[in-house]
Ligand binder design. Sequence first.
Ligand code: THU
Length: 377
Amino acid sequence: MIKALLFDMDGVLADSEGISLEIGLAYFHSIGVNAVKESFASSLGCGERTFFDKTAAVLGVSEPPYSYDDASAFFRKEYIERIRDNQIALPGSCIVRKAREKGILTALCSSAPEWKVRANIEAIRLEDKDFDFIASGKDIKRNKPEKDIYALALIALGVDASDAVVFEDSEGGIISGKRAGCRTVSMLTTITREQAEKAGADAVIENLSSIPDFSDGEDLEAALFPPDGKVRYGAVLIRPGKNDVPDSVLIEEARKAREHGYAPYSGFRVGAALLSAASGKVYSGCNVENSSYGATICAERNAITTAIASEGVIGIEKIAVYSDDDPPAPPCAVCLQVLAEFSNPDTEVLLVTPHSDPIRYRFSELLPIPFIFPTMR
Ligand code: THU
């Protein structure tokens, strides 16, 4: 059961990797070295010394005018200035407080210098007391990808590695968490899903806001690591299969379904087509109006009921909604609630019209806080 959450800071709780990169680039430019973003690729997430020294080595400038001390001073001055006016809290960083309310311990394990860790905590509107333990670069000799910072946190919290979960966003950080024996969840803020899986991540999520509501450590365990490779889609757990149906197929099915829309009252026909996560099959529906207007059923809900009648409970990977509106019409609030039962925050919603390019949303952008019955979360 999960007893502790161990968080990396940059790219997990704070949206600061981009700022750090910009300052790193500005430093090398200030000494006349033409660095590019890719120069930092192998030096992210492993502390400030690695960030500069390794990049300097990659660029072939380990000698003066490069100096780690100058780079470090340059970085500190610029960083404090830039985060002052920036909203750098990443979505879902409030999970730190929520976890503690639910009886789960929290630790911050950042390889960054202590001044940066403190500045970030303040900038993301948390406080030191929201963490049971805070470790920064100064507390360990060997940085990530070594296990030391996470091993230290486990000792400080008195928690076994098997009961702790690490949240990371870089390859070095994932390797560090795994070497400490913890299950490690990767965000997609800094690396791709393929890179995260290659580094050994046990689960991959877009960001911390993708984690559904939880009531305790056991509940969170089931949400992050569902048994048998199952993934949570709203109120249901589904094992996703092969889902390589292109958008164009979904859009065409929604367009065809719209042609059957029964809309003699509004004249506004709508078609919807969804992709079932388990089977990879596409199901469509259209709106069906009624003389008693309130008995009308929308296209999205008809697509859902058709899918469930055909294969049982579904998880929705993607849904296209086709209407003749500009901008394209989103699902109504009732449909969003019905979609929420079978969707996860990353479910894609494509809004389509004949007039313009489809607009793509994540489900969580359209309905950030869905209601799911407590026993089904
Ligand atoms: N409609 C849908 O089919 N889906 C939605 O999410 C929004 C509204 C239909 C219902 C009704 O037949 C017509 O659009 C006008 O409200």
